[in-house]
Write a protein that binds this ligand. Structure first.
Ligand code: ADP
Length: 910
């Protein structure tokens, strides 16, 4: 009893503390039936009531009970009105508190929810106790029944009739007891639905928290808020609403059960009255009283819980309404801001999309080639009229947009160039090595200079699709020649790093780009000659007037002879060809007849002055590109010198013959991707003026790789490379041991396409498995590469030859001092700190010439010396390195210049 009363008081207190539901303007106000004033059944007419002596006696007892009950009712009424007054006051206070702080309300809700759970537990216990009492009551009733039968034998026939009535009433009582039992089962079910409601509420809670998080991140990232994100938000809000609706339904269901429960109470009243009428047992009456009190208490608590739940749901609703309001405001603001942003000038991404849209219409024959050229030129010049037409066309049919665009198409000329790169790699979507970095880095730099830059790539199955924006297939099939047949190709478009990119998906049975790797297939020659042909076919069919077609390495070197020997004859001849050889080690050598696959004329090309290899009877695709291109470049001035002799790997004579069109231009690095102050892969971003982040990244990497962290000043030497002989594999191996000897730490990230090299390094990795100063990670891992650049103090590039090399430049940008062999592009970008013949301001690392261990050791030891003995000098050196401009700006200007000259010659010849 006392437990039950205390729990009831607790429930009431909880209810008062909670914000008042009725004061909240929720959208889905729940229709829970209010309890009707309880009818006093004891004053009602009883069934089978007769005016007999025993009936009179029963009436007297009944009147006494009525009086007692009336006084109890009175007390209850008084208590209730006091409670209601209190409730009203507190509701008002809570309303004010709730409006001021929704967050606080959510916390209150959580507390209330926990308490409601506690109450539900108590209700369960009460129910069990109630069940026991009912069992006892049932037993007593059956005893009473037996007594009635016995006494009926002793009584006169006149009283027999009355006993029959009593018996009948007992039967009714039993029925009532059964009914009570059924109702108890219903209570159990009600409790179960209460628990379900609790679960739903917990879900709501979670969703709300999730929404809050999204909300916060949205506030900080509003400019980036895209339509998709907004949709996702709305979806979440809608889900939450659904959840809320279902919870509301359940609460209504619970309310219905509560109504049923009131009937149960009425039954108890009736039962009590019947028992009173039969006057069979005072004990039964007592039990019924207890039962009634328990039922009342359970009911009160059920109501309290229900009420509580109700108020919480309304609060949630309120929070959602507020959230929706704020969300709408934020979306409006975002749209406003993005429109303001647009007004200032659209990003490259926007113009790339417009240009792809125009190309798509042209290829799909929705606009003429001439109109496409005019529109393309407008897009290229970033004509505001196109921008406005596009922005105001939202929701329009495509045809309407096309018409709007065509209205503005005016002939005109541009000072910019239309440049198309045809390549096998592009960072970050399809990267194997430096070539990929060049395509996106140079492309972006040229685009910034006002040129229209497009890229054509194979559509590899293994590329990073998530790095492509707006990837879609065009409603056009480009047919292209190969091995005597025409094969269809799907054309996909998308933007990568803000550049417009075409991806070619061959419908050839050879499934050329469905190999789960970029290179290293037995039919690479076929795969890439096929790709080169389709790329040109695509340009030809699009009717574009391209100025420069820039192909790279042997994989797309086929483009040069194909262009001049096949497509120029078809009238597609406005462009000039630029070929860049990123590494003369790889030349694309094959039997002469293989040239015929892509439609090249073997007899015409298999000649010493054209495509026949200089040292054996096969054909050489890189040689073909040198001969057939208008511009030939390689990736650094020193390497350009080196390949004119031994470094040319047999092509030195060809290069000498074509030396007038051959130039070395040092690659840049993509300073957006490689930027320690914005790099999202780093634990802490940092800059030259604040090197704290660098040591934090070092500590993080050490922890990640389980390297010793005992000595913060222990230098960390990094190396990130393809493990191929060119990279000085024997010196890398030596560097691992030497660094350990000097007391440093060494981290290698690299993998090898050469099996014996991979195995050898796996052996070394095993050997150092338990060493806490050396870690070898024999894989390709872009994210980890960023961390290593940031964490390392020194970075080694001991290459045998290095056309350009990007890692030494990236390392410097991250404040890691390079230790390199003086060859190729390394010689053009790293200058020895101790070399007094070089101006001090240029000295930025440590170099060695001889490709042997002594040479390497001398450079590494000098670096260690400075690091340990002159930490301040070292710090200044690292800071200076970070400030060097390795961006594509300068190199792109050089490319621009040679492109312009070639294009001018082409125009003059036209
Ligand atoms: P190459 O093109 O000869 O491989 P470069 O120095 O020109 O060498 O470019 C190498 C590029 O590839 C750099 O961006 C470097 O960070 C990256 N790289 C090389 N090996 C790995 C690897 N195992 N994991 C991640 N990135 C790598």
């Amino acid at each position: 009893m006392s437990c039950s009363a205390a729990a009831g008081a607790e429930a009431a207190a909880l209810l008062f503390r909670s914000p008042a539901p009725s004061t909240i303007a929720g959208r889905h106000r729940l229709a829970v039936s209010r309890r009707t004033p309880r009818r006093n059944l004891r004053t009602g007419v009883q069934p089978h009531q007769r005016s007999t002596p025993s009936a009179n006696h029963r009436n007297r007892v009944s009147i006494q009970r009525d009086r007692a009950a009336a006084s109890i009712d009175e007390e209850q009424q008084q208590q209730k009105s006091v409670d209601e007054n209190e409730l009203l006051n507190i509701q008002l206070e809570d309303l004010v508190g709730m409006i001021q702080n929704t967050q606080k309300n959510i916390l209150l809700l959580n507390q209330a929810r926990l308490q409601a759970l506690g109450h539900a537990d108590k209700i369960l216990k009460e129910k069990e106790a109630l069940q026991q009492k009912i069992n006892i009551l049932e037993m007593k009733l059956s005893e009473t029944g037996t007594q009635s039968v016995l006494s009926s034998e002793a009584k006169s026939d006149a009283e027999g009739l009355e006993f029959d009535v009593v018996k009948e009433e007992n039967v009714l009582l039993k029925d009532d007891m059964n009914f009570l039992k059924a109702k108890l089962i219903e209570i159990t079910e009600t409790e179960e639905s209460l628990f379900k409601l609790e679960k739903e509420r917990a879900l709501l809670d979670g969703s709300l928290r999730e929404l809050e998080c999204t909300f916060i991140s949205a506030q900080s990232d509003m400019l980036k808020l895209g339509r998709q994100q907004q949709d996702a938000w709305w979806e979440k809000v809608e889900n939450l609403e659904d959840l809320l609706d279902s919870t509301a339904n359940q609460v209504e269901h619970a309310a219905l059960t509560l109504d049923g429960y009131r009937d149960f109470q009425d039954k108890v009243e009736k039962l009590k009255a019947s028992l009173g009428a039969t006057n069979v047992s005072k004990f039964c009456l007592y039990l019924v009283d207890i039962l009634q009190q328990r039922v009342k208490s359970v009911e009160e608590r059920f109501q309290a819980c229900n009420h509580e739940m109700h108020s919480q749901i309304e609060l949630y609703e309120h929070s959602i309404v507020e959230f929706q309001d704020t969300l709408s405001k934020l979306i409006n603001e975002s749209e406003k801001k993005s429109m303001e942003h647009y007004a200032e000038g659209m990003p490259s991404e926007f113009w790339s999309r417009i240009s792809l849209l125009i190309d798509g219409w042209s290829l799909e024959k929705k606009i003429s080639i001439n109109d496409a050229s005019m529109l393309r030129e407008m897009a290229w010049k970033r004509d505001n009229r196109l921008r406005e037409a596009y922005l105001s066309s939202r929701g329009m049919e495509e045809r309407e947009l096309i018409d709007n665009f065509l209205k503005m198409a005016l002939p005109g000329t541009s000072s910019g160039l239309h440049i198309v790169h045809i390549a096998a790699e592009m960072a970050p979507v399809a990267k194997v090595g430096g070539l990929a970095d060049v395509i996106s880095g140079l492309g972006k730099a040229l685009q910034k200079k006002g040129h229209l830059v497009e890229i054509i790539l194979p559509k590899y199955d293994c590329m990073q699709h998530n790095q492509i924006n707006n990837l879609k297939v065009l409603d056009v099939v480009v047919k292209s020649y190969f091995e005597g047949n025409m094969f269809a190709n799907k054309i996909w478009t998308g933007t990568v790093e803000g550049l417009p990119v075409y991806f070619i998906e061959p419908q050839h049975p050879g499934k050329f780009f469905w190999r789960a790797q970029y290179y290293g297939e037995h039919d690479d020659f076929k795969r890439f000659s096929y790709f080169s042909r389709v790329a040109l076919e695509l340009l030809y069919q699009s009717g574009k007037k391209v100025d420069i077609i820039h192909c790279h390495d042997w994989q797309t070197a086929f483009v040069a002879p194909l262009y001049w020997d096949v497509y120029a004859n078809l009238g597609f001849n406005s462009a000039r060809i630029c070929f860049t050889c990123h590494n003369f080690e790889y030349q694309g050598v094959a039997p002469a007849q293989d040239l015929a696959y892509c439609g090249l004329d073997v007899d015409h090309l298999d000649r010493p002055d054209r495509m026949r290899d200089n040292s054996h009877g096969r054909i050489n695709v890189v040689k073909g590109a040198i001969v057939y291109s208008n511009i030939v470049t390689t990736v650094s001035p020193t390497y350009a010198q080196e390949v004119r002799s031994e470094g040319g790997r047999g092509l030195q004579d060809t290069l000498k013959v074509h030396s007038k069109k051959f130039v070395g231009i040092l690659n840049g690095i993509d300073t957006d991707t490689w930027n320690p102050s914005t790099d999202r892969f780093l634990k802490v971003q940092y800059s030259a003026n604040d090197l704290y982040g660098k040591s934090a990244n070092k500590a993080a990497l050490r922890k990640q790789l389980k390297l010793s962290s005992t000595h913060a000043s222990q230098p960390l030497v990094g190396c990130i490379t393809r493990l191929v002989p060119q990279k000085g594999v024997h010196l890398i191996r030596h560097a691992i041991y030497k660094t350990a000897d000097l007391g440093g730490q060494f981290v290698l990230l690299g993998s090898s396409p050469v099996q014996h090299i991979q195995r050898e390094f796996e052996g070394i990795a095993d050997q150092f498995q338990n060493n806490n100063n050396v870690r070898l990670l024999l894989k390709y891992d872009d994210a980890l590469s960023h961390m290593i650049f940031a964490a390392s103090d020194m970075f080694i590039v001991p290459s045998m030859f290095e056309p350009c090399g990007l890692t030494q430049m990236i390392a410097m940008r991250y404040g890691s001092v390079p230790i390199v062999r003086r060859t190729g592009g390394l010689n053009d970008s790293v200058f020895d700190f101790d070399d007094e013949t070089i101006p001090m301001e240029l000295r930025n690392g440590f170099t060695f010439l001889k490709a042997d261990e002594q040479g390497f050791d001398s450079a590494l030891e000098r670096a260690f010396n400075y690091y340990h003995r002159k930490p301040e000098v070292w710090k200044q050196l690292a800071q200076k390195d970070m400030k060097i401009d390795f961006s594509w700006d300068t190199s792109a200007s050089q490319y621009e210049e040679i492109y312009q000259r070639a294009a001018a010659r082409a125009r003059a010849a036209a």
